[in-house]
Design a protein around this ligand. Structure first.
Ligand SMILES: [Zn+2]
Ligand SMILES: [Zn+2]
Length: 420
């Protein structure tokens, strides 16, 4: 038996997040998706933490549930902070996620960090504090805290990012790196990209949605095996420490906003090789390109593309069901018809992850043959990819319709504040 977890999401109190993200909303959305254990997000925010204390009650050890809820969803206390500090003659900006097993730990962590940033101003607060100091303080509160770099590769705010990151986890966390057991892949990278760096072998790649709205919950997620002792925070910690995952559910990394190099305003998107031809400068405006994740991995890798470690955990590339339906209907995910088709499918067939990963396509085809075909294409990796770049999401063409030269995503561009 296995279960799906998504530890990194945000509340309505974080910048660029939907006002609809309530605890009850997360509880329901996780159930619809098939996510069993979901992060609360934003536990450093005073209003959100008050709400957590009011609305959650103890479930299994170290996990919580919404009082009176029948969804079966379990919450783990989680938060993301933005560490801003100088190191090695550079200004560094690194996002870190923290998981803890109790609300007392949350209060103690807030006490430790509240003088270093305006906790009430953003659910993902900026803290003037180095990564190693953060780990020291959090581990000081509870040795069982799980701390991991968020979206490890993104140019801004990724621990290994090209702009304000480091060349290794050890460089970023110093002697506190011993308390880092895992690292989040982020939407623009997948575990295979981690495997190209031998120095990352000791850090388990994990996958989370970093959702800024309810429909995005579970767009990336990590699949765990139920331990013999059942569900608990300790079982999650053990699985992570011992690298005992079932699989990573991942975006195609090409779909992430920082996969290729490029310039959003110049509509220039380049593969790492093409970017090198232009000496890392934009062929349109001449300014330095935003170096994407693929290029950054190339810079740091000591293994060839396709390297498969012995203990490799399987990766499943998935595309959200709303997106598949929207593509099939040549519509957008926000359209009423697409949402109706999505809701009908969930009502008839089960959770979104069941539909995307497990249910027989013939059964899905009884409702919509094109959607079934799209899902099958995603499962068998027969899709066309148009890589994202410089904040513009890439496109996974599930019906294989895009022309191979088409580099300009048809989707609307993301807002500048939405860096994750
Ligand atoms: Zn972040
Ligand atoms: Zn440019």
């Amino acid at each position: 038996m296995e279960y799906i977890a998504d530890f990194h999401i945000h509340s309505r109190h974080a910048m660029a997040c939907s006002p609809n993200i309530t605890i009850e909303g997360i509880d329901e959305a996780a159930k619809e998706k098939g996510v069993k254990v979901i992060g609360t997000g934003d536990f450093t925010h005073p209003l959100w933490v008050d709400e957590l204390k009011m609305k959650l009650e103890d479930a299994e050890p170290g996990l919580y549930k919404v009082k009176g809820s029948k969804t079966g969803t379990r919450f783990v206390l989680s938060s993301e902070v933005s560490n801003i500090f100088d190191a090695g003659g550079k200004n560094r900006r690194v996002h870190n996620c923290i998981l803890v097993p109790s609300l007392d730990d949350v209060d103690a962590i807030i006490d430790e960090v509240k003088t270093r940033g305006a906790l009430e101003s953003d659910g993902r607060p900026a803290l003037s504090m180095s990564c190693s100091e953060l780990v020291e303080k959090v581990i000081g509160v509870n040795r069982d805290a799980i701390i991991f770099p968020a979206h490890s590769w993104t140019p801004w705010f990724g621990v290994l990012g090209s702009f304000s990151g480091f060349d290794s986890i050890e460089e970023a966390y110093g002697d506190q790196a011993k308390y880092i057991y895992c690292a989040e892949t982020g939407l623009s990278a997948d575990p295979a990209m981690f495997w190209r760096l031998s120095k990352l072998d000791k850090y388990l790649p994990i996958s989370n949605s970093d959702a800024h709205s309810l429909p995005k919950i579970g767009r990336e997620a990590t699949v765990f095996e139920f331990s013999e002792d059942g569900l608990s925070y300790a079982a999650i910690l053990n699985a992570i420490k011992n690298k005992k995952l079932k699989k990573n559910i991942e975006f195609y990394p090409d779909e992430g906003k920082y996969h290729y190099d490029g310039h959003r305003n110049c509509q220039i998107s380049l593969s790492p090789k093409e970017a090198q031809k232009y000496n890392g400068r934009c062929p349109k405006c001449g300014r330095p390109l935003t170096i994407g994740v693929e290029h950054r991995v190339d810079q740091l890798a000591d293994r060839p593309e396709g390297h498969l470690p012995k203990a490799a955990i399987p990766t499943v590339h998935a595309v959200p069901l709303l997106e598949i339906i929207a593509q099939v209907k040549t519509s957008v995910v926000t359209s009423t018809a697409v949402k109706r088709a999505y809701n009908d499918m969930l009502a008839r067939l089960g959770t979104e992850f069941d539909i995307l990963l497990n249910i027989d396509p013939a059964q899905i085809a009884e409702m919509d043959a094109d959607v079934a075909k799209g899902i099958e294409n995603v499962r068998t990796e027969r899709v066309k990819l148009i890589p994202g770049y410089d904040g513009v999401f890439g496109v996974v063409d599930v019906m294989n319709k895009a022309s191979p030269d088409d580099k300009k995503p048809k989707r609307k561009q993301a807002s500048m504040s939405d860096f994750d």
